[in-house]
Design a protein around this ligand. Structure first.
Ligand SMILES: Cc1cc2nc3c(=O)[nH]c(=O)nc-3n(C[C@H](O)[C@H](O)[C@H](O)COP(=O)(O)OP(=O)(O)OC[C@H]3O[C@@H](n4cnc5c(N)ncnc54)[C@H](O)[C@@H]3O)c2cc1C
Length: 365
């Protein structure tokens, strides 16, 4: 039986996860094309990998369902990849949300009750309990802390490299330094991508997806939303070891002395990428010092930035079949949650393919 030739464009978290998950199906012969020299050079390489699922405020609808499915898959995916690689993927189990506004308490108590019914625990800590449990946090600045043991953080680059390597072990071909500029329709059967014939194309090129989609006559406008972050050295040996988030600022301990702090969210006025402004990082840090005062003395080791792919005029992410191009699936525009939603994106693409390619059809091709 000949295999279905599947081309994935993009080797960020989304493309890498698609490649790995789809490679479990022996019907597909998968090639991943990326313009960069290595994986995870786009938004993925800039991300902090904070995966907020249970702690998000939605309790039903698409937003919540995507999170529920992705959390479930992460539980098995990380150990699976660690076993395949023979080494751990750095990250943390559990996230701590620090709440400054006392009027939010009731809402968190309601969420705790709903999540319990859904099978997830949330612990609500008063400031005194927060002080006892977490070192070096300005506990009196918070009305409440919410500990979510089922949420997690994962190192985005290591995860993506592991997905690529594990996919390669299953026979996926990755072609780097391969920008996709030309797509051609190939009769009724499929497409040709940079001269490579394929039966199915999956577009997961992050912000680069807009230009590729244009070639297919598809309008997929996205905004590059700038995010800046810092790697810091904590000034003493009391760096908290929990991943914390307070007023949209994430603190991710990396070692007993180093951490990531981020990220800014800087909206451009239109679809043009704006340049990083150092003062936004200064503001981020001075806000964070109010929550973790020791950061005042922390040494900056590195500052970096990336651009989140935010879809315009529709909610993130975009995961769909194209009506005019039935052999093309778009899986992109994950904005602030691409790491979180990579596994569920792969699961939905798997379903779209399975619906379009029943086993008997595959055998005939
Ligand atoms: C500062 C920052 C912090 C973030 N923190 C988090 C977080 O904590 N949790 C979370 O879930 N998300 C976070 N995000 C968002 C997350 O990074 C993105 O949603 C996610 O990385 C998108 O993945 P992707 O694979 O779609 O895109 P990308 O990682 O951008 O990958 C796209 C790939 O496509 C390739 N490509 C583009 N055009 C072409 C072309 N024409 N031909 C060939 N290849 C092409 C690129 O080279 C690139 O490798 C953060 C983002 C930023 C910037």
């Amino acid at each position: 039986m000949s295999k279905l030739r599947l081309i994935i464009i993009g080797a960020g978290a989304i493309g890498a996860c698609l490649a790995y998950e789809l490679s479990a199906d022996p019907r597909y012969q998968i090639t991943v094309l990326d313009q960069a020299a290595s994986p995870a050079t786009g938004a993925t390489g800039a991300a902090l990998g904070v995966l907020i699922g249970v702690l998000c405020q939605r309790t039903k609808g698409r937003f919540w369902q995507l999170r529920q499915r992705t959390l479930a898959r992460y539980q098995s995916l990380i150990p699976e990849l660690e076993a395949a690689m023979g080494q751990p993927i750095p990250g943390h189990q559990g996230l701590l949300k620090l709440v400054t506004d006392p009027t939010e308490r009731e809402g968190w108590e309601q969420l705790q009750a709903i999540r319990r019914q859904q099978g997830y625990e949330l612990e609500l800590w008063d400031p005194s309990e927060l002080r006892d449990r977490v070192s070096s946090v300005a506990a009196d600045r918070f009305a409440l802390a919410v500990w979510s043991p089922c949420d997690r953080q994962v190192d985005p680059t290591t995860l993506t490299l592991a997905l690529v390597k594990a996919a390669q072990q299953r026979g996926v071909e990755f072609c780097f330094n391969t920008p996709v500029q030309t797509l051609q329709r190939n009769g009724d059967r499929g497409l040709s991508v940079e001269g490579r014939p394929c039966d199915w194309l999956i577009l997961s090129a992050g912000l680069g997806s807009t230009a590729i989609a244009q070639q297919l006559g598809l309008d997929l406008p996205m905004q590059p939303v700038l995010g800046q972050a810092l790697r810091l050295r904590w000034p003493n040996n009391r760096l908290p070891q929990q991943v914390m988030t307070a007023e949209d600022i994430h603190l991710v301990p990396l070692t007993d002395r180093e951490l990531w702090l981020g990220a800014t969210v800087e909206m451009p006025p239109d679809q043009t990428a704006i340049a990083p402004q150092p003062e936004y990082l200064d503001t981020l840090r001075s806000r964070a010092v109010q929550f973790w005062p020791d950061l005042q003395q922390a040494e900056v080791l590195q500052a970096w930035q990336g651009y989140r792919p935010r879809p315009l005029g529709r909610p993130a992410p975009v995961i769909e079949h194209l009506t005019d191009w039935p052999k093309v699936i778009v899986a992109t525009a994950h904005y602030r949650n691409g790491l979180l939603l990579a596994p569920v994106t792969a699961a939905i693409v798997q379903e779209l393919l399975a619906a379009a390619v029943p086993p008997s059809t595959a055998a005939m091709i």
